[in-house]
Write a protein that binds this ligand. Structure first.
Ligand code: ZN
Length: 438
């Protein structure tokens, strides 16, 4: 069995494989070879299910198959160009008590800790009560089909997972000023998503004789209007309330009462929070919109006949894609613009906090980390988990790995890093979960 140093060496080897999304099959092939060397027991005992691409799906046969567990992660990472890296992002350099590198927290830590836990349990002769699957997509970061390929296999084979666990929340180390304890942020749902193209048309023409109200001017006015006004109304939702009340349990005594009150004063909290804090308050209590792409004429001296901007909308569970698009369309009309709905999906269903999937997950956190409080976490971004959620009873988005707020800032950024000590803790968590899962 590996000790702490063994974990570090093994984890570093995974980081040293530059599995950037769509970088090429050879990189993923080399990664798979490394996995087989590092986790020989898992690969010997599990059935390897071929799905195509470089997607990895491993099945560890349990005593029963009616309530299986799927542990998800992704093999691919985002590029690491630019930024102020202190070391080569694929060297997995250890500096002090931290390992630096692309993928250390998004999310080769999840992949390492899940397969390491399985490898150790197999080595010790343990047989799980239920079938356990390890499902690792090769293309999560660019919204590729990996997770769908795995979901389709489950569907075709009539396997209905009872619990699916994927990346998402983490254990946030306490900010001394506000928090009395570390908080395990357990993702219970994710917001919906919609790309809405706002299109303005005109007659075009030569830029030397410009008319008024050209397409880009109307789009500019529209964008300004939407940014200045609160287009989507704030509302308290069940996951936001669960999170605020959960956070109350980790805050220092003075703030605890305030958070409890905020959780129970639905409308007022939802109204005030986005005004007090745009970064967290707005996404937690309302649907949000931001403009991300645009295009106009094909040459600098041409007035466009058509120009567009993309509005990226994150849909609150108390709104719907349809409602949000209708709202934007109404405003767009005032500026003589049209809307066109692109990629979209509704918010995912919320995990049942009293269901056995969530409670068993929370119990394993308590067992592994007695000092940590479990907090339901309302996720603003998206994960592969939503794909598997379609066929699962409970979907949980969390890797219980201790990270500071500063470390979370390294996700998709320079100097992504993880604490050496967190690897062993998270492996223990997954072992505890799998050993006690019924
Ligand atoms: Zn990720």
């Amino acid at each position: 069995m590996k000790n702490q140093n063994g974990y570090v060496d093994s984890f570093r080897r995974l980081i040293q494989c530059p599995t950037i999304s769509d970088s090429g099959h050879e990189y993923f092939e080399a990664f798979h070879k490394t996995l087989q060397e590092e986790f020989p027991h898992a690969f010997a005992a599990c059935e390897k299910i071929s799905l195509g691409r470089d997607v990895l799906l491993l099945k560890w046969k349990g005593k029963a198959s009616d309530r299986p567990v799927v542990l998800m992660a992704h093999q691919d990472v985002v590029p690491a160009e630019g930024g102020d890296w202190e070391c080569d992002p694929f060297s997995a350099t250890v500096i002090g008590d931290k390992i630096y590198g692309r993928g250390t927290i998004d999310c080769k830590n999840t992949l390492f800790c899940t397969i390491q836990a399985v490898d150790e349990l197999i080595e010790s002769g343990f047989t799980p009560e239920q079938d356990i699957y390890l499902s690792y997509s090769d293309c999560e970061e660019n919204s590729g089909p990996g997770a769908e390929m795995a979901r389709d296999w489950f569907k075709e084979h009539g396997v209905r997972p009872n619990v699916v666990i994927d990346e998402g929340g983490a254990i946030i180390k306490k900010a001394e000023k506000y928090m009395a304890k570390d908080a395990a942020m357990v993702g219970i749902l994710e917001k919906g998503y919609a790309d809405v193209r706002i299109i303005a048309r005109g007659k075009g023409g030569h830029s030397s004789q410009p008319p008024k109200n050209t397409p880009l001017a109307r789009l500019g006015a529209f964008v300004n209007y939407v940014e200045k006004h609160s287009v989507f109304k704030p509302k308290m939702s069940a996951p936001a309330k669960a999170m605020v009340l959960g956070l109350a349990d980790v805050l220092k005594p003075g703030l605890k009462g305030l958070a409890k009150l905020a959780g129970h004063m639905g409308c007022l909290t939802a109204y005030l929070a986005p005004r007090l804090n745009v970064h967290y308050g707005a996404p937690m209590f309302k649907s949000t919109v931001v403009f991300t792409m645009c295009d106009g004429a094909t040459a600098p001296n041409v007035i466009p006949q058509e120009a567009w901007v993309n509005a990226n909308v994150r849909v609150s569970p108390v709104d719907s894609v349809e409602k949000c698009v209708a709202k934007l369309a109404k405003i767009a009309k005032k500026f003589d613009c049209e809307v066109q709905l692109g990629n979209h999906r509704e918010a995912s269903p919320m995990a049942d906090l009293t269901g056995d999937g969530y409670t068993q997950f929370a119990a394993a956190i308590k067992k592994t980390y007695p000092d940590v409080e479990v907090v339901p976490y309302y996720m603003f971004g998206g994960t592969d988990c939503r794909t598997m959620q379609e066929i699962a009873t409970t979907a949980i988005r969390c890797t219980p790995c201790r990270l500071s707020i500063e470390q979370l800032g390294g996700m998709h950024a320079a100097n992504e890093n993880i604490d050496v000590s967190s690897l062993g803790e998270t492996v223990s968590f997954f072992k505890n979960f799998l050993e006690s899962y019924k």
